[in-house]
Every structure is written in C-alpha cells, then in structure tokens.
Design a protein around this ligand. Structure first.
Ligand SMILES: Nc1nc2c(ncn2[C@@H]2O[C@H](COP(=O)(O)OP(=O)(O)OP(=O)(O)O)[C@@H](O)[C@H]2O)c(=O)[nH]1
Ligand SMILES: [Mg+2]
Ligand SMILES: [Zn+2]
Length: 343
C-alpha cells in the first residue's frame, strides 16, 4: 500500500516528456509515472489544462493520474499519436477561435474549428482580430454570424483595445479559455493585452502574404489576476477533425433540416424532384460553398469514425494478446508449483 501523500496540480505547459505544473506551492516540473501511463496502450497522457494527481519525491513531481475532464478538444493527428487523436486542451470553458480582419476570411476554416469546439464540450466563441486594419469589420461580423448561428462573434483590436471589454465578460473567476487560430492572427497579442503585460512573444507577420511566423511554439496556460486561466497556442497549420459527428450537426443544423424536407428519404440531392437542398441553393438560401463544406466535413467525420473503430480494435487485440500472455505465464507458474509440490 502507498501511504505517501498525494495532491492536485494543473498542467500549465508541455515540453516533450516534461510537464509544467501549477501546484499548491507554485510552478514545478512533473513526469509521468511509468506504471500508471505506459502499461496500457489505451491510457491517455495528460495535456495542458488537465488536473492531475501528483506525488512529490525528492523535489520531482510524479504524475499518478488524470482527474476526470469536463471538456477536451481533440484533433486527429495519426502521424504522431498512438491512438490517432491528440488532446490539445482540457477542461476549457470557452474556445476562442480567432481570425483576423486583414486576412481573407476563411469561413470554411471557421466552420471546421467550430464543429470541433462544440464537440469538445466547451463553448466556441469567434473573435475577429485587428479591427483597426479593417475597412468594414461590422460586415465581416455579419458574414460570420450568418454562418455560425448560436455562436457569439466579437470584433476586437489588441492594439487599440477596442472590443476587449466584450471579451472580459467571459473572464470570470475560475474560467478557463483557450485561444486558437492560424499563425499571425494575434493570439499572443490578445493574451498580452488581456493580462496587461508582455508575457508572450509576438512577431510581425510576413509582408508578402500576411502569414504568421509560428512564433508561439508551445501551449501555455497563464493566470490572470482575477483567477482566469488563458491558454495561448501555436498556430495550427491544419485541423483535422476527430470524432465530430455531433459537432457537424450542431454547426450545420439548418442543412440537416433541409435534408429532412426532401421528398425522398434517400435523396442524393442530385436531380430528384422535390429536393429541398437543391431548391434552397437555387433560391439562394443555402450557398453552394456551405453545402459542399457540410458534405466534406460529414464525410471526414465518418472517415475518422472508421479510423477510431480500427484503432480501438487494434488496441483491443493488443490488450487481449497481453492478457493471453499473462495467463500463459500464470499457467506455467502454476504448473511449476505443482511440480514443486510433487517433488
Ligand atoms: N494592427 C494590428 N496588429 C495586430 C493586432 N494584434 C496583433 N497584431 C500583430 O499581428 C502580428 C502577429 O501577432 P501574434 O500575436 O504574434 O500572432 P499569433 O497568433 O500569436 O501567432 P503565432 O504565435 O505564430 O501562432 C504582430 O505583428 C502583431 O503586432 C491588432 O489588434 N492590430
Ligand atoms: Mg503566438
Ligand atoms: Zn435532396
């Protein structure tokens, strides 16, 4: 039995194997306890924002387990993750999806983020940054609002401070907020503006194409004076969805409703008569882009579901194999005992 005292800590940063923790005694380094995390292929690792149980040993914190999460933002990252999915942020209340007014507005990318955000269990909020550079920020806001029904949209500038008060409404004690969006949209600038100090490094975007320089390289959780956790993240190049069928339904509710109104249940929306989808497109209610985006994301969600199943099967087989091996070993040991007894 283990009688050493354990305590709770929050993961505030991640640097390969080493995790940065906020403990009751301040910031400390932590490592995963091997027997708790590396025996079972299905065991997930902690991510930034996670609450964990730790045990201190000679100044080093050993992480024993992840406490239950109230939300988790996953993305598909089959290239590096053993389970295919990567937990990017845990226990967030809000996911601020940033896009800048001076770049081409990419509604499809916003949809993708919003889908995945709804699926995480946190509430998505869209933040249009750099309003000081936009000729007509309000029109952009309308355009975005029309696409993301049920999601709050705010227009802000970290340089002039415009709109920041709207964001402070989300920042009540105990809340956790993660900032996401492409490199250069101004995530770190916004974190600094809200903290009132230059905590995160910021750098100029490239003149030739307005793209960012991937200045922030780690996810980092920072605390404000009034007890709010703000997470800065590196700009993601791509966001591949993970298990987001429910999120797709949430973001494309009106398209799903249309599909239900087609005359035929199995309508392919190609050239059947009484197709509500085609009608809506012809009448201008539904844009072709949004319809295509819906189909793409739906397909992608289904594909990921298949991958998820096959990963689960593979893990299941691995576990069964290990169980079988242990059983055999046990039997051998038992046989040996019998022999011992006979002798
Ligand atoms: N004009 C204007 N520029 C801004 C604003 N916010 C950020 N910027 C500029 O945009 C550039 C990129 O800002 P960052 O905060 O580094 O962007 P980021 O999203 O953190 O980028 P990565 O860390 O690379 O993902 C910098 O030159 C900022 O000064 C704003 O409100 N107005
Ligand atoms: Mg940054
Ligand atoms: Zn149809």
């Amino acid at each position: 039995m283990n009688l050493k005292e354990t305590s709770m800590a929050r993961v505030i940063g991640q640097h390969k194997q080493r995790l940065e923790l906020m403990t009751q005694q301040g910031a400390k380094s932590g490592r995963l306890k091997t027997s708790a995390f590396f025996r079972d292929a299905e065991q997930e690792f902690p991510t930034v924002g996670d609450w964990v149980e730790i045990q201190e040993e000679g100044g080093l914190c050993q992480i024993l387990r992840i406490l239950p999460r109230k939300s988790v933002f996953y993305r598909y990252n089959g290239a590096t993750e053993r389970s295919g999915k990567q937990a990017v942020a845990a226990n967030m209340d809000y996911i601020w999806i940033l896009t800048s007014c001076n770049q081409d507005l990419n509604l499809r990318r916003l949809e993708r983020y919003t889908v995945q955000a709804w699926d995480s269990g946190a509430t998505p909020v869209i933040v249009l940054t750099k309003s000081d550079l936009a000729a007509d920020a309000e029109r952009l806001k309308e355009q975005v609002g029309g696409m993301c029904i049920g999601v709050d949209v705010h227009v802000i500038s970290s340089h002039t401070g415009a709109g920041l008060d709207q964001l402070r409404c989300y920042m009540t004690e105990g809340k956790s907020i993660v900032l996401m969006g492409s490199s250069g949209v101004g995530k770190s600038s916004l974190v600094n503006a809200l903290l009132g100090e230059e905590r995160m490094k910021v750098s100029e975007i490239r003149k030739q194409d307005d793209k960012g320089r991937h200045t922030t390289t780690h996810r980092q959780l920072l605390m404000t004076d009034n007890g709010v956790a703000l997470m800065d993240t590196p700009g993601m190049r791509t966001l591949a969805l993970w298990d987001s069928e429910a999120g797709v339904d949430e973001v494309f509710g009106e398209v799903e409703e249309l599909e239900k109104q087609c005359r035929y249940r199995s309508c392919t929306h190609q050239n059947e008569s009484g197709c509500a989808v085609r009608e809506a497109i012809e009448e201008g209610w539904l844009s072709v882009e949004r319809w295509k985006s819906y189909q793409n994301l739906k397909k992608e969600a289904a594909r990921i579901k298949r991958i998820e199943k096959s990963v689960a099967n593979k893990n299941f087989r691995k576990i069964e194999k290990a169980k079988y091996k242990r059983q055999q070993k046990g039997e051998r040991a038992q046989n040996k005992n019998i022999l011992d007894w006979k002798e």
